[in-house]
Design a protein around this ligand. Structure first.
Ligand SMILES: [Zn+2]
Length: 234
């Protein structure tokens, strides 16, 4: 089934949605013909600092370090600048995303479509949505240079390899709100208690003035109750 924004998935369901056995890396450039995939986490113990801008639709995603295996055992990734290339000259995942951002900025190509999943809790993932990769920057974090990618909520999404335009434009539900809602609703649909096919639902849709910035306006609904609700609104 096509996963839509704010659906909740187990790790297995996320891998199945991408037709892979495992999703090992956080950054997966051009995972298939239609889009790239990144995994993000705003948990306080996350290895990288990802954040949502105040506009509610832009993500700033930190680049990734290269594993020791690409160098030698004395290599400590956290003390080195994040590399754009491997010693062999091949691009790292950072390098591929940078190249795509540059192509968009310099040559006005269509921005790379990036599907973003976020970790809400261990084993609890949520599809954050489809984003356009529009820029990147290099910043010094006090110790070394790291990359930050700028991703803007896209009006496109793909359906079996073909891009389509998404329905309404919405604001992102911040990760801390998702965590609060997940705990409060105990991982169950608030109407029937189902624990399968859950979705973070805006009680009052954003388009009708509802805010996603507070847990009060977001709840867990199963697919059935989510669909029933959308029927009533339309
Ligand atoms: Zn339900």
């Amino acid at each position: 089934m096509q996963k839509i924004q704010d659906d909740i998935l187990s790790y297995r369901e996320m891998c199945d949605a991408e037709n892979v056995q495992v999703l090992q890396r956080g950054m997966n450039f051009r995972m298939n013909l239609a889009y790239s995939v990144i995994l993000m986490s705003q948990r306080s113990n996350a290895p990288y600092q990802d954040k949502i801008h105040d506009d509610g639709t832009t993500i700033e995603y930190e680049g990734h370090d290269v594993s020791k295996r690409s160098y030698d055992n004395s290599y400590d990734p956290k003390t080195k600048d994040q590399p754009e290339k491997l010693p062999s000259g091949r691009l790292t995942q950072n390098g591929y995303f940078i190249k795509a951002a540059k192509d968009y900025i310099d040559d006005k190509t269509t921005p790379e479509l990036v599907k973003v999943y976020e970790k809400v809790f261990p084993g609890v993932w949520s599809l954050k949505g489809y984003f356009d990769l529009i820029d990147y920057k290099t910043i010094h974090d006090g110790k070394r240079n790291i990359f930050r990618y700028i991703l803007k909520l896209s009006e496109r999404q793909e359906t079996s390899g073909v891009e389509t335009i998404t329905r309404e434009h919405t604001r992102l539900i911040p990760s801390e709100v998702k965590r609060e809602v997940w705990k409060r609703d105990e991982g169950k649909c608030v109407i029937c208690g189902d624990t399968k096919n859950l979705h973070f639902d805006h009680d009052l849709p954003f388009a009708k003035g509802g805010t996603s910035l507070s847990a009060k306006n977001v709840r867990l609904l199963c697919m059935t109750h989510n669909l029933q609700k959308s029927d009533k609104i339309q």
